[in-house]
Design a protein. Structure first.
Length: 373
């Protein structure tokens, strides 16, 4: 379980129903590093050969614009240098979160509308989403199991979410903070089995790449066996792979090394050809959770100056060009990334209070100003 983790469940409340508005699409490419994302859309290139097709590469990555993105309205209202800094967040392709704050009877239409606007008429554009719907979850998941009605509601919600996706190209991160599945009372696998239901439903769609959250290298103490205890009952058999570092701040290098070990452990267990994505929204100056002794972990101290270490700031911009020399990876990390990493995604949201809600202008400006990228 993560260090000093005060969970964000309460913050993800009905108040976040405002996350339903939609926006247009653009993309970020390596040439845009250190500058506001361009208004025009571009293709995200992949270093892989055709035989090693990456479903996230060689296509537009849509940006969700609109009031549903808490950073969007502050960006629109800003001027001058402040607007330039907020552009790093507002104009970056991000994995928008969806959960129980969206009613079951509205989720299909909400998802369908989001996709239509994000793709902006391009059916090949990639839309990124995060599903955070399981109840109970986080600390509460350690105290009780989902009730029968909650199980039925979850499955109905997932089915209707899938109906909204249809044939769209989607990178879908499933249930951040995955290690909480390991603390279910009595060692029950019921929470994992429900996640597995979602993984199978979404993976059955023609153009969806599912990445089941497996925590982070520091959270699991670099133990691939723990990751398999999360992933196997949660549907890794049909998923594209898994996600790392969604709510932590560990280094990209550490996540590549750990993810590679997990891929190899999965292959040894009979689950071959799995890949992973790494959240880089928060790890521009990385640190491990077990080394952290500051304020609440979910609202960890932001960097004050560029070059500062062990603080929160933006990391590698979202991209499928995972082995680019610009990221400063070692030869080993670059080779492993090229082989196993589908993309660096912005799943985390360090510009929000407690990584959840509401938008925190001071944090947003700090992480944008001090990012090494």
């Amino acid at each position: 379980m993560r260090t000093q983790a005060s969970r964000r469940t309460a913050a993800l409340s009905v108040a976040t129903a405002a996350m339903l508005a939609c926006g247009l699409a653009v993309a970020v490419t390596p040439s845009a590093i250190g500058t506001p994302a361009p208004a025009a859309r571009a293709v995200v290139e992949s270093p892989r050969t055709p035989a090693e097709t990456n479903p996230l590469a060689n296509r537009t990555w849509g940006v969700y614009k609109g009031s549903g993105d808490q950073a969007w309205t502050p960006y629109q209202r800003a001027k001058g240098r402040k607007k330039q800094l907020l552009a790093k967040i507002a104009l970056a392709p991000k994995a928008k979160w969806y959960g129980q704050w969206i009613p079951t009877n509205k989720v299909t239409a909400t998802v369908r509308k989001h996709i239509a606007i994000a793709q902006a008429g391009d059916p090949e554009a990639l839309v990124q989403m995060t599903v955070f719907r399981l109840k109970p979850w986080e600390d509460e998941a350690c105290r009780r199991l989902p009730r029968a009605r909650e199980q039925r509601d979850y499955k109905r919600w997932i089915d209707r979410f899938a109906a909204g996706i249809g044939s769209a190209h989607v990178a879908l991160v499933l249930q951040p903070d995955g290690p909480f599945a390991l603390c279910a009372p009595g060692g029950s696998q019921l929470p994992s089995q429900l996640i597995g239901y979602a993984s199978h439903v979404f993976s059955a769609l023609p153009n969806v790449s599912v990445y089941i959250d497996a925590g982070a290298s520091d959270w699991l103490r670099n133990d691939p066996a723990k990751a398999l205890r999360i992933l196997v009952p949660a549907g890794i058999d049909t998923a594209r792979g898994f996600a790392l570092n969604s709510t932590h701040y560990a280094s990209t290098s550490a996540e590549i090394a750990f993810g590679t070990a997990v891929v190899q452990a999965l292959a040894a267990a009979g689950y071959a050809d799995k890949h992973f994505v790494v959240n880089t929204a928060s790890n521009g100056a990385p640190f491990n959770g077990y080394d952290y002794h500051g304020p609440n972990f979910d609202n960890a101290t932001t960097c004050k100056t560029a070059g500062q270490t062990a603080c929160v700031t933006l990391g590698i911009p979202p991209t499928a060009d995972v082995a680019n020399p610009a990221w400063g990876l070692s030869a080993t990390d670059a080779a492993n990334a090229a082989a196993y990493v589908d993309g660096y995604l912005w799943i985390g949201r360090p510009w929000l209070y407690m990584q959840a809600d509401p938008f925190d202008l001071k944090r947003a400006l700090a992480v944008a100003r001090t990012s090494p990228y």
